[in-house]
Design a protein. Structure first.
Lengths: 691, 293
């Protein structure tokens, strides 16, 4: 016998951003709960709207599954006394299991005979277990929870009704003084309360009450509405997935409409128009079929067609006011000189201990100059880079960015151009925020790249300096994301500058200003170890194994693009049979070199031929290695040492009795090891050659 | 419907739903929340239901009466109910009908918006209510007030009077709104808007204001030590408004800013604690009143 089961949690409007995750969690938790409770079912379907989360469990068995388990009791020699009668231990065990000694049987386990009992737990009526589903409802995790009324439980928003049905029978329980029932609520304005007698009718009954409980169906309905407008109006409406997702979770019954705004507003920068529509109003901007922004917008009403004109008119009025505001800000900003904005940065805190944004810009300027020079850019580019750094943050105090934070950089570029600033410099102002997220697009220009790295590095070094290193899920300044940004730029641009050196530039800057924090060696170690973790994360995403990455950056990170080449090379080599001999030779050197007490080789003591050959090869290899043009050549250079090393180990006792010989041989290995280490710490790699 | 009728209708509606209609509080403040009728009364276990119009001053928003949407002083209609009732959303929607807004002819939504006022150590969760895309009300369940956990929870509804009126009357410019027959908002408030903006941005005596801030702060502390919560709170409000004037004038540097906010917050927290202690000393009279009934 099976019956459908339905739970619906009726709430005051959930934040749109919570809904998808909550629905997923509800599904996963329901599945595992029914499994754990041993209640068979055929299928689980979930639903969500701003006002409800629901789960329908189909064909739920009326009875929990019975289980039969074998329970081990005492060993036979303890269970029976010398006369062969059951002991107290055995009787106690059987009683504990609700059985008698007649039920005992024996089995050998690892040579010992134990007593056993078969225990059967009969499945209970499903209906009697279902009230405990309450715990699942309460366990759904939300990003933020609240209390209401006099209740002490926390939930995303207040719970106002509960439906819990086993067929047509209400499953009785109560959460926050709300009792379960069989009545759900329709659309806030268009629908009515409706009694559910069959769980499987849930979706259909609510559809009749103007609630589409399947979010995918709401999405489809929105998309269809948009397509129809595209067809009728001969326009193109680009779909922003994030916005679509949010909008579908703001409504229970979507109706798509198009509104208009005055053509004059098209004089505003496109970014401003788009953000006014999307960010504040959740509208989709409308373009012509050839990609020009048009003075229309697409909104989604939570309701039907009734009095839609009224809704369109209202939305137009709101957008008009917003755009008028934006235009006011845009014009106002243009009346102010960039220098005045720069001056205002002195009043904006970057971070309490790290001073104002103005202070930050000064540091970023200096850092930009140093990096640009290290990269051997020509004078003109160095000058432009410094100018871009100096202008990188002025737009933060403009009215426009104040209103639309997302336009930071974008407005900086626009205003700089309007004030006659060089185009390369202006471009870099917007580019220096890139990448906007870990996988985001990187700056296209060299100036943008340099300022981006300088700005992010200043934040990372500064924050770690004053003790704000990210911990666990806490990363309020986005240091991890920014580190990935720096690394991706250095990798893509193949900057021939060591990561260590670029970090040192930032640290030196902090040393020259009086901000209390870490001592500089300690700071350098902390920053580099933070970056090493990020490199591991970044390269791993490019399918390089962690042990290889760790080996390559163990001694130093060096030039990032080179580190990546080395890693990719070793990642291949680890599986190559032909590399085995070389790898063994090099690793053996590394292993033994750890025993070295002296590091100075006394050439005069080298006596055996193989010793001398190894030393000679080492000198030559060092030469070739230092001239290697890429990772492959460098590794080939090291490979030259393979034969001499094997010869050396074959013909010499490294741990010779004579102390001076032992020391000298170890010193030789140590010298070679530093060369190998500068390539990678091969000891950290799990070699994988199969034979 | 003009503003005067709107206010009267809202008052009548909430009066019918057992709210005490109190009058605007006579000390300058930035929001209806800061009235002791909300901020202090939402503390502690005693039930409370009140509604009132609060003229709210935001010196930095002053625009000399030239901007059609921004005001030095606007009006809020404030409703506070503790504990928050189960049907509060329905009540709110009914109240919109009382000012002529039929939900079927519009698109009304509850869009997540959480509220925080660090100066008062206060935070809440809730929504901004959208009417055809326009924010007309802040709807907040207080979670913390004056640094204390709010329990039972107070729900606060803040209607933006001018916003709503501009929709109801279909006017683009706030100064064109009809307050009562034949009288516009401009007739009443344009001159004060201009003069307050001029004062705030050009003429305020900042030395005097700095002195006043310190004096108000000291007085708040002194009165507090004597256990007088309400007079002490008045001086905190004065501190807050004085700070807003100084801030709008741009004479508070970054480092000072945090300091000033911290000082006001400290006072607000102390007062919140004293208020609860004082009410407890009195045996939470409003609580007993309910029990007697």
């Amino acid at each position: 016998m099976s019956t459908d089961v339905l739970f619906e949690i009726g709430v005051e409007e959930l934040p749109a951003r919570f809904i998808d995750q909550a629905e997923r969690e509800l599904k996963a938790r329901t599945i595992s709960w029914f499994k754990e409770m041993r209640i068979p079912f055929s299928e689980i379907v979930t639903f969500s709207t701003p006002r409800r989360l629901a789960v329908l469990i189909r064909q739920v068995s009326h009875k929990q599954k019975s289980i039969e388990e074998e329970v081990r009791g005492p060993a036979l020699k303890i269970a029976k006394d010398e006369q062969g009668s059951w002991t107290k231990a055995a009787i106690g065990f059987t009683k504990g299991q609700g059985k008698t000694t007649d039920d005992l049987y024996t089995k050998d386990i690892n040579g010992t005979t134990y007593t056993f009992i078969k225990k059967r737990t009969d499945g209970k009526e499903t209906f009697s277990i279902l009230p405990a589903f309450k715990d699942i409802i309460l366990s759904i995790p939300f990003n933020q929870t609240m209390r209401w009324g006099e209740e002490s439980i926390r939930y995303a928003r207040p719970i106002r009704w509960l439906v819990a049905l086993f067929g047509d029978k209400v499953i009785p329980f109560e959460i926050a003084h709300v009792k379960t029932g069989n009545v759900t609520k329709g659309h806030r304005f268009l629908g009515e309360n409706v009694t559910i007698t069959e769980p499987k009718q849930y979706e259909m009954l609510l559809q009749e009450q103007y609630v589409i409980v399947d979010p995918k169906k709401r999405e489809t309905s929105i998309l269809e509405g948009i397509k129809e407008i595209e067809k009728n109006e001969h326009v193109h409406i680009p779909i922003d997935e994030k916005l679509l997702n949010e909008v579908r979770n703001l409504v229970e019954y979507p109706t798509v409409f198009m509104g208009n705004f005055e053509k004059e507003f098209l004089d505003l920068p496109e970014e401003v128009l788009i953000i006014s529509m999307k960010e504040h109003q959740r509208y989709f901007p409308v373009k012509s079929t050839d990609g020009q922004l048009l003075p229309h917008f697409i909104g989604v009403r939570n309701g039907d067609q009734y009095a839609l004109d009224n809704v369109v008119k209202g939305n137009e009025k709101v957008l008009r006011a917003r755009l008028a505001d934006a235009r006011f800000f845009y014009e106002e900003d243009q009346n102010i000189e960039i220098d005045s904005f720069q001056e205002m940065l002195k009043t904006v805190v970057f971070q309490e201990k790290l001073g104002t944004i103005h202070d930050k810009v000064q540091r970023v300027k200096l850092m930009t100059e140093k990096i640009a020079k290290r990269l051997q850019l020509n004078k003109d580019l160095v000058r432009k880079s410094v100018q871009a750094a100096s202008l990188s943050k002025f737009d933060l105090v403009t009215n426009m960015v104040n209103e639309f934070t997302e336009l930071q950089g974008v407005m900086g570029e626009k205003y700089a151009l309007l004030k006659g600033e060089d185009a390369d410099v202006a471009k870099a102002i917007s580019e220096h925020y890139m990448p906007l997220h870990a996988q985001g697009e990187l700056p296209n220009t060299i100036i943008g790249s340099i300022v981006s790295v300088a700005d992010k590095l200043d934040t990372i070094v500064g924050c770690i300096h004053v003790g704000l290193r990210p911990t666990g899920s806490q990363d309020p300044y986005g240091l991890r994301r920014q580190a990935i940004g720096i690394l991706r730029i250095m990798d893509k641009e193949k900057w021939q500058i060591k990561v260590e050196d670029i970090v040192q530039i930032a640290i030196d800057l902090y040393k020259n200003i009086d901000i209390p924090g870490m001592e500089s060696t300690e700071l350098s170690e902390a920053v580099l170890s933070f970056l090493k973790h990020r490199i591991e994360y970044l390269f791993k995403q490019q399918s390089i194994e962690s042990d290889i990455i760790r080996a390559v950056i163990d001694h130093e990170i060096g030039v990032l693009a080179y580190a990546k080449d080395k890693a990719q090379l070793l990642s291949r080599k680890r599986n190559e049979e032909t590399f085995k001999t070389t790898q063994e030779a090099l690793v053996r050197v590394l292993n033994l070199s750890e025993k070295a007490e002296r590091t100075k080789i006394d050439v005069d003591i080298l006596s055996t031929p193989s010793e001398k050959v190894l030393y000679q090869s080492y000198l030559e290899t060092k030469e070739v290695y230092s001239e290697a043009a890429d990772a492959n050549q460098a590794l080939n250079a090291l490979a030259r040492l393979s034969d001499p090393i094997h010869e050396f180990f074959e013909h010499n006792m490294v741990m010779a009795k004579e102390e001076h010989i032992r020391h000298n041989r170890l010193a030789l290995l140590y010298e070679i090891s530093t060369l190998i280490h500068s390539f990678a710490n091969l000891q950290l790699i799990e070699w994988n050659q199969h034979f | 419907m003009n503003i005067q009728e709107m206010i009267l209708n809202l008052q009548k509606f909430w009066s019918k739903h057992n709210c005490v209609i109190v009058q605007a509080y006579d000390v300058e403040k930035g929001a209806g929340t800061m009235s002791p009728m909300t901020l202090l009364r939402s503390l502690g276990p005693e039930p409370w239901r009140a509604a009132y119009v609060e003229p709210s001053r935001r010196p930095a928003d002053g625009r000399y009466g030239e901007n059609p949407n921004r005001l030095y002083q606007h009006h809020q209609f404030q409703v506070v109910i503790k504990p928050s009732p189960a049907n509060i959303q329905d009540l709110y929607l009914e109240s919109l009908k009382a000012i002529g807004i039929d939900p079927l002819e519009h698109d009304i939504r509850f869009v997540e918006d959480n509220w925080e006022n660090p100066t008062l150590g206060a935070a809440g969760l809730g929504w901004e209510v959208w009417l055809d895309g326009m924010e007309i009300t802040q709807f907040t369940y207080f979670q913390q007030i004056g640094g204390l956990e709010a329990h039972p929870v107070t729900v606060e509804l803040t209607y933006g009077i001018e916003r709503l009126a501009s929709y109801i009357q279909d006017k683009e410019n706030v100064f064109d709104l009809e307050w009562t027959e034949g009288i516009t908002v401009g007739d009443i408030f344009l001159q004060p808007e201009y003069e307050h903006s001029t004062y705030t941005f050009e003429l305020s005596d900042t030395d005097l204001l700095f002195k006043l801030f310190n004096m108000y702060e000291n007085e708040a502390k002194r009165v507090m030590e004597k256990g007088l919560v309400f007079p002490a709170y008045d001086y905190v409000l004065k501190c807050s408004h004085t700070f807003n004037l100084l801030d709008a004038r741009g004479v508070i540097s970054v480092t000072e800013r945090t300091g000033y906010i911290g000082r006001v917050r400290h006072l607000a927290r102390e007062i919140a604690k004293s208020y609860v202690a004082k009410r407890e000393e009195l045996g939470f009279p409003m609580l007993n009143k309910e029990e007697q009934e």
